[in-house]
Ligand binder design. Sequence first.
Ligand SMILES: Nc1ncnc2c1ncn2[C@H]1C[C@H](O)[C@@H](COP(=O)(O)OP(=O)(O)OP(=O)(O)O)O1
Ligand SMILES: Nc1ncnc2c1ncn2[C@H]1C[C@H](O)[C@@H](COP(=O)(O)O)O1
Ligand SMILES: [Mg+2]
Length: 194
Amino acid sequence: MSDKLKDAKIIFVVGGPGSGKGTQCEKVVAKYGYTHLSSGDLLRAEVGSGSERGKQLSAIMQRGELVPLDTVLDMIKEAMIAKADVSKGYLIDGYPREVKQGEEFEKKIGAPSLLLYIDAKAETMVSRLMKRGETSGRADDNEETIKKRLDLYYKATEPVIAFYEGRGIVRKIDSEGAVDVVFSNVAKAIDGLK
Ligand SMILES: Nc1ncnc2c1ncn2[C@H]1C[C@H](O)[C@@H](COP(=O)(O)OP(=O)(O)OP(=O)(O)O)O1
Ligand SMILES: Nc1ncnc2c1ncn2[C@H]1C[C@H](O)[C@@H](COP(=O)(O)O)O1
Ligand SMILES: [Mg+2]
């Protein structure tokens, strides 16, 4: 466990592709001033840097697969440490994607106090992602990759929710409604932490 992060308030934000994790995190940042770290955004920044590692990551992400655990965990830890002196709490968006990622995070960084499970129907997620793909420029916002990301979500990531349910820290948020309605429930879950 890292000393600099030992008392950090950590919130995992988990949900399917296009469920609205990033959208809700932005609103949490605006209301609570927490630090938002999206594993996908960190990886896309590495891809955007044009580095050799970025090229390898880009190919994996275009296929809708998961990048190696160590790569993504090191990136998150580095980004957390960079904000440790000023952060009021961390929203870890898009991580853990599988139970092993949660276990390794806890060994190397610390334990989450809340897991926000952003839940939407598959058809809602697909239609949101297809719409986002019209402008996002994301190489994975296309029909073929969306299907793979969804399949992987149900297979690898849903067990993460069951794992943390056993600890009583999961708050399921219905993400089918309007953004502000969803956020009112996100805010209730966060307020329940204090
Ligand atoms: N409650 C909502 N109602 C309608 N549209 C929404 C809602 N929440 C998000 N959206 C839109 C914004 C985006 O264009 C799209 C996907 O949302 P976003 O927050 O980017 O999802 P996400 O972060 O879970 O996806 P990913 O896992 O692909 O990064 O849907
Ligand atoms: N936690 C992660 N582990 C492995 N791979 C990841 C993780 N977070 C993001 N990725 C890769 C694979 C995803 O399909 C893309 C996009 O992520 P997103 O959260 O949808 O922005 O990045
Ligand atoms: Mg996102």
